[in-house]
Ligand binder design. Sequence first.
Ligand SMILES: NC(=O)c1ccc[n+]([C@@H]2O[C@H](COP(=O)([O-])OP(=O)(O)OC[C@H]3O[C@@H](n4cnc5c(N)ncnc54)[C@H](O)[C@@H]3O)[C@@H](O)[C@H]2O)c1
Length: 440
Amino acid sequence: MHFNKICVLGLGYIGLPTASTFATHGIKVVGVDVNQQVVETLQNGEIHIHEPGLRTLVQAALKSGNLEICDHPEEADAFMIAVPTPFKQQAESDSLPANSYPLADLSYVTNAAEAIVPYLRRGNLVVLESTSPPRTTEDILVPILEKSGLKAGADFHLAYSPERVLPGQILRELIENARVIGGIDPASAQAGYDLYATFVRGEIIQTTATTAEMVKLMENTYRDVNIAIANEFARLAERFDIDVWEAIALANRHPRVEILRPGPGVGGHCISVDPWFLVEAAPDLTPLIHTARDVNDTQPAHVVERTRRAAGDLSGKHIAVLGLAYKPDVDDLRESPAIEVARLLIEAGAKVISYEPFKPDHQIPGLPAALSLEAALRGSDILAILVAHTTFKNLTPAEVAALTEARTVVDTVNIWNPALWEPAGFRISRLGVGSLDSGR
Ligand SMILES: NC(=O)c1ccc[n+]([C@@H]2O[C@H](COP(=O)([O-])OP(=O)(O)OC[C@H]3O[C@@H](n4cnc5c(N)ncnc54)[C@H](O)[C@@H]3O)[C@@H](O)[C@H]2O)c1
């Protein structure tokens, strides 16, 4: 199938790079977003998210004349949906019994599908890229899109293709990663293949829509469960007075073992969210997945307990929280465990100031933001390192000592080597090291 024009709904971390990459590969693209501010920002040649190389790519796409930014869809050969799939707001899940789980909010996906209906024509392709519960394409998208009077499969193609790009490296991975494309029938999978073949250099593998949905959820659930076990190992190491980082490095010398890194929890828009889609879809079959989520979700509380052991009563203590992003070197704060740690520290009576180098002017309610490292460190009693940003890794004891009197450091990501910092007078309490009682 040949594509002259496509319409991409949702211009965030996934949709914007995808739309721009199609445009720079010679396809006419209408990029659609319902957020007027996003539309205006992009129309002015600016971007609203941080991703290396994205500004240049978007500007090139706009300049080529192939990318147009709009607040509503238009007729096109293919429609691509890349809108959020978060949890439902608490109020909507309030009626749930205890020991329950968050529920997927598919309203963005259904709204986007509804918006396509008036423009859908015979022979078109619709691809869902948003991470979605199993059977969303078959059971939710088909009935909505068929309101057009056209029949899925017979009159238009419909496919699901998961996105696996790594924030920070989206532009390269979009092109180089292997891509799975699942169709509601083989012709739909083939149409999806033809579309992505425009720019994807990695292998493109065809399968069914539901398999493709499951692939994405299985990938992220696999990582979540493995991080949960690393976090449990860290807790065990503290109890048994060993260094979990050393133990993991030694265990990983086994040729068939690869334990991941513990940390302050699991965040981001994918790994901390997607496993719940499986739990919601089949609670009777997912006790391990549910438990792993609980372990990772309680890790921020563990970090706060660790901080208390290291620094005593937290009430009134000035704590500089270093890093709020959900992972190193990105500005993405969604579902970040670092924010939860900061919130729990405040609840424990600490006076918290946060510094996120990729979003120093964040507007998180109730969480004071420092615009610079200097401002964060000034007057602090305790430093809590919550994200392994390169800029934090590169700090030297001398630089930090010049900015603050604080010498107690809680390092949840193992980036300040005690052998270097302790001779300079710092007391480094690393997650997963030593016994809780000794507070080392
Ligand atoms: N960010 C990632 O690294 C990543 C990786 C893999 C998969 N995903 C999945 O991709 C999907 C999109 O994620 P994202 O990070 O790009 O989200 P995002 O929040 O960055 O962007 C989504 C955009 O969609 C817009 N939108 C909402 N409803 C719309 C509608 N009806 N029509 C048009 N636009 C609409 C929003 O205004 C927003 O700008 C999610 O399902 C996510 O789980 C994200």
